[in-house]
Write a protein that binds this ligand. Structure first.
Ligand code: LMR
Length: 394
């Protein structure tokens, strides 16, 4: 049987990790996978997370199963973190999932169960795992314009034009904040226009929010998804705790489905529980429990928010330093977009050849589409990167 298997394409982001590991140069710089690193290159366990783990270790008396939807306290904490008071808690079906990717996968399966003919529309470009899972599930897929490679901002006119042509019942996958891979984001006024178009076409928004707190702040980053959920009849949301709680390997995420009707909400909740049962039965609990422990304790929640804010401001400072170093070296403002982008990533706009040159000649690793992880930089590597960018003619 195994002889029938075919080699699978390597994931471009994960492949980079391997190449970086194998590079013997001690001057190498890793700007690949989206993992936060502090100035020493470490991905720290957040203080509030450590305290919560200690509390769990001390207080937990059983590791019996939770429920198919996960621990309700986690669902409540995440609905409140992502949606605030934008919608009634009663309007939201929510299940814990293994990471944000698990939530995306379950969301797509839910869409497929409900409407196997639906096309899922993704931004061009998007996180490579989006199209990969959609294709793997045999679903129809389309792209809407998103990035303007001249300005390195959002091609908003193109986006609106493409969204206007999406048929009713199709699904539009949107990045709630901190667009991955470009770092280019919509303003709130632009989000309002997107919502108006979705209301007009009756397409269904599916929001992936994996970087809440990494852009303009915890509340600010949730503003778009809140607006969408409160104004659309149905919204699907996949949220990840990997980045904002720094619990990547604990695989902690949540899938939420917002409907304005209690009976529909119950039906959706039951279908999500069914899907969890089919795919992995009970979702993982440890990371979810860390999140609900932090969020359920005022002091821990305040500590977590303060540390997350430090992380956000660090990345913002790195952006500004890189933009100003590039301005100095290039004598132009053509890299100002780096300071305007938000989140962990910026798409530089380099050619694949230039990206390869950065890797081969300078030991600088970024994804082939020239997405760089800002958090992989520090005060010492910024001038090195900036010089290499200019040397490679970017
Ligand atoms: C990324 O885009 O680098 C992260 O979301 C990590 C991943 O799994 O790709």
């Amino acid at each position: 049987m195994f002889t029938n298997l075919k080699p699978q394409p390597a994931d471009k982001i994960l492949q980079l990790i391997q190449m970086y590991r194998e590079d013997p140069r001690d001057t190498k710089i890793d700007l690949g996978v989206g993992v936060y690193k502090d100035a020493t290159g470490n991905t720290p366990v957040m203080r509030a997370v450590k305290s919560a783990e200690q509390k769990i270790w001390e207080d937990q008396t059983s590791k019996a199963y939770t429920g198919l939807a996960g621990d309700p306290a986690f669902g409540d904490a995440m609905v409140s973190l992502v949606l605030g008071n934008a919608v009634d808690r009663d309007a939201v079906a929510a299940v814990a999932t293994p990471g944000g990717t698990g939530a995306i996968r379950q969301a797509l399966e839910l869409i497929k169960m409900s409407n196997p003919d639906a096309t899922v529309w993704i931004s061009n470009p998007t996180w490579p795992n989006h199209p990969s899972i959609i294709k793997y599930l045999g679903m129809k897929m389309g792209e809407y314009r998103y990035f303007d490679s001249e300005t390195r901002g959002v091609d908003f006119d193109g986006m609106i034009e493409d969204l206007s042509n999406i048929p009713a019942g199709d699904v539009v996958l949107l990045h709630g904040c901190c667009h991955n891979p470009t770092g280019a984001n919509l303003t709130l006024a632009q989000w309002a226009e997107v919502i108006a178009v979705l209301q007009e076409t009756n397409a269904i928004p599916f929001v992936d929010i994996a970087y809440q707190g990494f852009g303009d702040g915890l509340e600010e980053d949730a503003a778009a998804v809140r607006m969408i959920a409160s104004e659309m009849p149905e919204t699907i949301i996949a949220a990840s705790c990997s980045k904002n709680f720094g619990i990547y390997r604990e695989r902690t995420g949540v899938l939420m489905a917002v409907s304005q009707d209690k009976a529909l909400r119950d039906l959706t909740q039951a279908n999500l529980a069914f899907l969890n049962r089919q795919n992995y039965s009970f979702p993982p609990d440890h990371g979810a429990r860390i999140v609900s422990t932090v969020m359920g304790d005022d002091a821990l929640a305040a500590e977590w928010k303060a540390e997350l804010e430090e992380v956000r401001l660090n990345m913002l400072a790195l952006r500004e330093q890189l933009a100003s170093e590039l301005q100095r070296l290039s004598g132009s403002d053509r890299f100002a977009f780096i300071g305007q982008h938000r989140g962990m990533f910026s798409r530089l706009g380099a050619t694949p050849e230039q990206v390869e040159m950065l890797r081969k000649d300078h030991g600088i690793y970024m994804v082939g589409d020239s997405r760089l992880n800002i958090a992989g930089l520090n005060a010492e590597t910024i001038p090195v990167l900036a010089k290499a960018i200019i040397d490679c003619g970017i």
